[in-house]
Design a protein around this ligand. Structure first.
Ligand SMILES: Cc1ncc(COP(=O)(O)O)c(C=O)c1O
Length: 398
């Protein structure tokens, strides 16, 4: 049997790699996972009631482009959150089964086969959410990894790429707040990237699925900046999710929003190949986007964990706790050795940073910028997080 070549360069996914690294060692203490960003705070209680009320909708095919109630709720949320004024939700929003499939499928729908007579390039921050790389390969593009380093505020400097690459770029992924570093793109970053996208005629895919997990000010959005600087909304697609905002990762609900042309193209592909959100899930999602009280509570739970991180790790040289997201990105001498030590001596699982990154593009000097970091998820209950961070401090930094 033959397999396609285009996915041959995909490495093993980070979590099987972690299992291969750790599972042949016994845990050195009661097992505690801080490796996977699986939210564990409660989701809103009304989810069950709304689901039950709309149960009958499981009996029929759901609307592909979203029930009017859902589209309206998403439009209202975007308007409330980002102050969008000229936004038309029915033509500018498409519901998704979580952002992951949208981040993947939008590249298929929107990256052309050739650009300027060459293979297209799709730009990725490095380290990055692994879906972006598979999306680029599926679309027949070259994934170009651009390092997101401490000296650039952990955001990729796409303008530093040679014009040969920018000239064939079709899509640039940006994650803000970023997984894994928690970096937040400000309006100046988005405006600069919008100008670059206009100059070189590419789209920005703004993965904003952590937008509601922040400590002080709400992160500015890509669409919000596009509106503020009068940019063409076709330059941007933003991706949002209920997985982190509302602790509903298992329900699979999110959306993409952007220019009418891009959304129409996505709807066209999904009409043939997409799986629409089940009807009851659409109605629950509408109710969840309409409610902010649970989001405020969720944020407060994460803020308490970040305060704990400040208290336990804050005075260690080189450690910064981020303003958003729910990960710590901690510098260590050897990320794999640190993960093995924490597991074998204490039963604590963290993710070596190199598993979330790939080889940076040769034109930018190569290397794996995740090497020398561990990613620590603050999703476990507060007492577990306290224990885990104490172990990290004593085991790696004292
Ligand atoms: C950066 C980033 N983007 C997208 C996703 C996908 O989230 P979902 O598909 O649950 O919306 C995740 C999930 O962990 C993520 O960390």
């Amino acid at each position: 049997m033959q397999y396609p070549d285009r996915f041959a360069a995909l490495p093993a996914y980070p979590f099987p790699r972690l299992r291969a690294l750790l599972d042949h060692h016994p845990a050195g203490g009661p097992a505690l996972s801080m490796s996977i960003g699986d939210p564990t705070h409660p989701f809103p209680e009304f989810v069950g009631t709304v689901m039950a009320k709309h149960l009958a909708a499981f009996g029929g095919y759901p609307p592909n482009d979203g029930a009017p109630e859902l589209i309206e709720a998403i439009g209202n949320w975007l308007t409330r959150r980002y102050g969008l004024t000229k936004f038309d939700a029915p033509s500018q929003v498409i519901p998704l089964n979580g952002t992951r499939e949208g981040l993947f499928n939008a590249a298929l729908a929107l990256s052309p086969e050739r650009k300027n007579n060459a293979q297209p390039a799709i730009l990725l921050p490095n380290p990055f959410y692994q879906c972006y790389m598979a999306a680029a390969q599926a679309a027949g593009a070259e994934p170009v990894m651009v390092p997101a380093l401490a000296e650039n505020g952990f955001l990729p400097d796409y303008a530093s790429l040679p014009s040969e690459i920018l000239g064939r770029t079709t899509i640039a992924y940006v994650c803000s707040p970023a997984n894994p570093q928690g970096a937040v793109a400000d309006a100046a970053y988005w405006a600069g990237l919008l100008a670059l996208a206009e100059k070189h005629d590419f789209r920005i895919f703004a993965d904003e699925c952590y937008a509601e997990i922040y400590r002080d000010a709400p992160p500015v959005g890509a669409l919000q900046t596009a509106q503020a600087v009068g940019a063409d909304p076709e330059r941007i697609l933003v991706f949002h999710s209920l997985s982190k905002r509302s602790n509903l990762a298992g329900m699979r609900s999110g959306f993409a929003a952007g220019g009418k042309g891009s959304i129409a193209q996505l709807k066209q592909l999904r009409a043939f190949a997409g799986a629409p959100l089940p009807g009851p899930v659409q109605m629950v999602s509408a109710a969840v986007w309409n409610d902010e009280a649970h989001v405020v509570q969720n944020r407060a739970l994460y803020a308490a964990k970040f305060d704990l991180a400040d208290r336990i790790l804050g005075n260690i040289a080189g450690i910064r706790t981020p303003r958003a997201g729910f990960f710590l990105w901690l510098p260590v001498e050897d990320d794999e050795a640190a993960a093995v030590k924490l597991w074998t001596e204490h039963g604590l699982r963290v993710l070596p940073g190199r598993y979330l990154a790939n080889e940076t593009h040769a034109s930018l000097g190569g290397g794996n910028p995740g090497q020398g970091y561990i990613r620590v998820a603050l999703v476990a209950p507060l007492g577990d997080v306290e224990r885990g961070l104490g172990v990290i401090r004593s085991s790696l930094y004292e």
